[in-house]
Design a protein around this ligand. Structure first.
Ligand SMILES: Cc1ncc(COP(=O)(O)O)c(C=O)c1O
Length: 405
């Protein structure tokens, strides 16, 4: 048997809407994008939503709109995907990398404070008077960081917050059992950025969304997403592709197409149903692997609604005679699709060579990434597929067990 890491869930509704879009003659940004933005804003409880062609584009527009300039610093977790830090580089900024919390793998705010202290004390390989202006928390696998804690940290240090919510649709948190749920994107950061890449919780093939409650940021991001066109030009472009326009800034080409929005519109309607399916599958994994001593399961705090984009287990390497790579090799050989999220940024040549980060700067991420494996998790995953993954993981734990039989 083979089980893929991921299979997208596409219904006839998405297919028919794409065909209708093609037949309509309007393929690029138009009425379907508008509708998608309005429904998205309503779903996450945001005032403004801007649909773009990737989460990377959304993150870039966000830091640009917040005024990030060359030479300024931004706190970014080392345990994340390339996009979170590279958008800082696009603006000429410096990602000040932060270690992760071993319980959740999200950014560790205590380490963020430590990194700022070490920076000022001249103990980091960065200039000590770096002007640190922002922080970009990432909700790893769809488990939200506590936005209230991030906000209070940011206020204390005079930073803006842009949320990398690539994995976190839909997700929510509450501050205690008697407190109301707050959705990711419901004013949980100055700008929250979501991804609709092919394997994300909802997809448009490629795509992303930036949401904010700040009308000025929303305007600037919209303008910069389409070549820095003036607002009236944007409106005319949407209406009839007018020939005259005014460029008011050197913008980017980040707009979403109506073809993508045609898929997104129907995915969005199913977002909560798809999340529930992933939650049920994650629960079944936890029940089935809970007793396996060599496996540490992902955290499931009761005050979070988890988006379950990924199901990352961690191997207890001290109980195994194989390392993570050998374990993956064998999972793959037996037909189980898996991946690693992620090699931390400080262990990539670009960040090592440009900023001289060393593994000792991030002891937690350096150790944790050698233990992580993301197992298959996707809506529509069949019982026999999940059972096969569980059986294979158990078999390998048994075969590689460090205990004498
Ligand atoms: C944490 C994180 N941020 C940002 C991105 C970028 O998303 P996109 O591919 O939509 O640009 C990803 C993509 O995998 C991601 O995992």
């Amino acid at each position: 048997m083979t089980v893929p890491l991921f299979r997208p869930s596409i219904t006839e509704a998405e297919i028919e809407e794409v065909v209708a879009c093609l037949r309509s003659g309007w393929l690029t940004t138009g009425p379907r994008v508008k509708e998608f933005e309005t429904s998205f804003a309503a779903l996450v409880g945001a005032e403004h939503a801007l649909a773009v062609n990737s989460c990377t584009a959304a993150l870039h527009l966000a830091v640009e709109a917040l005024g990030l300039r060359a030479g300024q610093g931004v706190l970014v977790p080392t345990f994340t995907f390339a996009a979170t830090a590279e958008v800082v580089r696009y603006q000429g900024g410096v990602p000040l990398l932060v270690d992760c919390d071993p319980a959740t793998l999200n950014m560790d705010l205590a380490d963020a404070a430590r990194k700022l202290d070490e920076l000022r004390a001249g103990r980091l390989p960065l200039t000590r008077d770096l002007d640190v202006v922002g922080i970009i928390p990432v909700h790893v696998a769809g488990l939200m960081m506590d936005p209230a804690a991030v906000r209070s940290f940011a206020e204390q240090h005079g930073l803006w917050v842009v949320e990398d919510a690539a994995h976190a649709l839909p997700a929510a948190y509450r501050e205690g059992p008697d407190r109301p749920w707050r959705r990711c994107g419901e004013d949980t950061a100055r700008v929250s950025c979501f991804s609709f890449y092919a394997n994300k919780t909802i997809t448009t093939g490629e795509g992303g969304m930036a949401v904010t409650s700040d009308p000025k940021l929303a305007d600037r991001m919209r303008q910069m997403s389409l070549h820095g066109l003036s607002h009236d030009a944007w409106d005319r472009y949407m209406a009839n592709g007018a020939w005259d326009y005014r460029i008011v800034a050197p913008g980017f080409k980040y707009n979403m197409t109506d073809i993508a929005a045609a898929i997104g519109k129907h995915q969005l309607q199913r977002a909560e149903e798809l999340r529930r399916q992933r939650e049920t599958l994650a629960g079944r994994y936890c029940d089935a692997l809970g007793e396996v001593p060599q496996v540490e399961l992902p955290a499931r705090p009761p005050d979070r609604i988890h988006a379950w984009h990924l199901f990352p287990i961690r191997l207890r390497l001290e109980l195994l005679r194989a390392d993570r790579n050998r374990f993956i090799e064998e999972l793959t050989r037996r037909g189980v699709g898996c991946s690693v999220h992620w090699r931390p940024l400080h262990l990539h040549p670009y960040y090592e060579e440009t900023f001289h980060w060393r593994p000792e700067h991030f002891p937690v991420a350096t150790a944790q990434w050698q233990r992580v494996i993301s197992l298959p998790l996707f809506p529509g995953m069949r019982d026999d597929e999940l059972d096969y993954v569980v059986r294979t993981v158990r078999e390998l734990c048994d075969e590689f067990s460090a205990e004498e039989k």
